[in-house]
Ligand binder design. Structure first.
Ligand SMILES: Nc1nc2c(ncn2[C@@H]2O[C@H](COP(=O)(O)OP(=O)(O)OP(=O)(O)O)[C@@H](O)[C@H]2O)c(=O)[nH]1
Ligand SMILES: [Mg+2]
Length: 467
């Protein structure tokens, strides 16, 4: 996975602040010092790092964040948003022309992935935009290049136009375009030659293609493993040609990925696609927000939550919803729900990484000790009492026995039973509630709305149950 170590390090520095209720400038400074180091280590350009840290700090220290109820989570959101903005905010798509076949040309240094990405792009756009692509072999300097493109075309069932290596590049393209028009292709992708270094010959040839055919897209393939040198390469290509974007290739493996964070800000050339492997379907549209999420590990966290929610047996939740509807909620159900909520509780730390969610979680009172006490009390009840909560409610001596057995004070047992009876009353009022909705609510670890009037300052509404 790209960015693995950057991702790990940034997440570690953010852990300093996540979930914290109060932050001062010093906390932010300490955190940013580590974030700064992780970025530099990932080979992000120092100018970019400087701008990034300054922007995050300024926003994080803003009144709104520091004084909010969940400054820690808000700071994570600031980091996320700034990463995203650094990479260009939105994904940038490709442009097609309305009349005649659209012309895309791939350029780049030797071995950057031009030929491979001609194939990847053709495959992707055929699938996604229902294009009928034709590949044109315009790298005449290596006979093997023409064969390589044919091999790729064959694998994908995409036609390749070539005239061998003994014709001028512009003639090949001209003929290729005529062929595309004649045969009804609506997209041609031109594979061009690469050089080890940027030289005038290469640039003049590419410029001549640009001037003669006015491609809709001139995409520079750039090897992510180049690190910071990528910036100079992009700048030189962009001075000679009107690049419409770049494809950051080889973002798989152990690349540190710093280029992805620096390119847009330093060159203003958008990254349109990323190459994630040698296989022809390993191409993705570059989404700055998803990439930011990947770096901060949020995508993974989101899927983790989804899993946790799924894992609470759906059937069981439905069964309980049915019981609640019939007014048959008892201490056994209560224990089961505590178990569910506790499962969520162990996730609380991870959950609070997600902007917005952390603050919602504050309404769920996840206090392990409190749960342990409640469980001790219920465990000291007999099976009969657990099934029939009113026995405990009515029997003073039963409550005394339970208090002794659980080692909890009598007042606590009293409070629980009283609360439980109140809950039951409220639950019976809920009985009109849609069963499925109730089940979903409980799966999320939310108790039904037990408190009709939430106490001020103690969180509000659903999910809040205090004894
Ligand atoms: N791991 C990985 N390898 C890639 C990726 N893209 C291309 N490659 C490999 O990189 C090597 C060079 O790719 P080519 O597509 O031939 O590069 P090129 O720019 O056309 O090279 P020249 O025509 O020689 O200038 C090949 O072995 C590809 O399989 C990628 O996204 N990830
Ligand atoms: Mg090639």
């Amino acid at each position: 996975m790209p960015f693995e170590s950057l991702s790990e390090r940034i997440q570690m520095s953010l852990r300093r602040v996540t979930g914290r209720g109060k932050l001062n400038e010093n906390d932010i400074d300490e955190m940013m010092k580590e974030v700064r180091l992780s970025l530099l280590e990932a080979d992000v350009n120092y100018k970019v790092v400087k701008k990034f840290t300054a922007d995050v700090k300024e926003k994080a220290l803003g009144e709104k964040i520091i004084k909010s109820l969940t400054p820690g989570d808000m700071v994570v959101k600031v980091v996320h948003d700034e990463l995203k903005s650094l990479m260009g905010e939105e994904a940038v798509g490709v442009t097609y022309r309305g009349n005649g076949p659209s012309i895309f040309m791939l350029v780049g240094l030797q071995g950057a992935g031009k030929t491979t990405h001609c194939g990847k792009l053709a495959l992707y756009l055929r699938k996604k935009d229902h294009k009928k692509p034709l590949l044109i072999a315009a790298d005449i300097y290596r006979p093997a290049a023409v064969n390589q493109l044919h091999t790729i075309g064959k694998q994908l069932g995409i036609e390749v136009f070539d005239m061998g290596t003994n014709h001028k590049v512009n003639d090949i393209i001209k003929n290729g375009l005529a062929y595309a028009k004649e045969k009804g292709f609506d997209l041609v992708i031109i594979d061009t030659a690469g050089r080890l270094h940027i030289d005038d010959n290469l640039m003049n040839e590419l410029k001549s293609i640009q001037d003669n055919f006015h491609p809709d897209e001139i995409l520079l393939t750039i090897d992510a493993m180049m690190g910071q040198d990528a910036i100079n390469v992009i700048t030189s290509f962009n001075e000679a040609l009107s690049l419409t974007g770049c494809i950051l290739t080889k973002l798989d493996g152990d690349t540190r990925g710093g280029a992805a964070l620096s390119i847009r800000y330093l060159t203003n050339v958008p990254i349109k696609f990323i190459g994630l492997g040698e296989k022809l379907d390993q191409l993705e549209v570059f989404h700055p927000d998803r990439m930011a999420g990947r770096i901060l590990g949020m995508g993974d966290v989101v899927s983790l939550i989804e899993k946790a929610t799924d894992s609470v047996e759906e059937e069981e939740a439905m069964k309980m919803a049915e019981k609640i509807q019939k007014g048959k909620y008892d201490y056994n159900d209560f224990m089961k729900q505590i178990k569910w909520i506790k499962r969520m509780g162990s996730l609380k730390g991870i959950l609070s990484l997600i902007p917005g969610l952390g603050s919602q979680l504050k309404n769920i009172d996840i206090d392990d000790k409190q749960f342990a006490n409640l469980e001790a009390i219920v465990r000291s009840m007999t099976a009969e009492e657990r099934k029939n909560p009113e026995l405990v409610a009515k029997g003073f001596s039963r409550r005394e026995r339970i208090a002794k057995g659980s080692g909890r004070p009598y007042t606590e047992v009293n409070a629980l039973t009283k609360r439980f009876e109140d809950m039951k009353k409220q639950i019976s009022m809920l009985s009109g509630m849609d069963e499925e909705k109730l089940a979903q609510q409980m799966q999320r670890g939310q108790m039904p709305n037990y408190q009709s009037k939430p106490k001020k300052g103690k969180g509000k509404g659903r999910g809040n149950f205090r004894i």
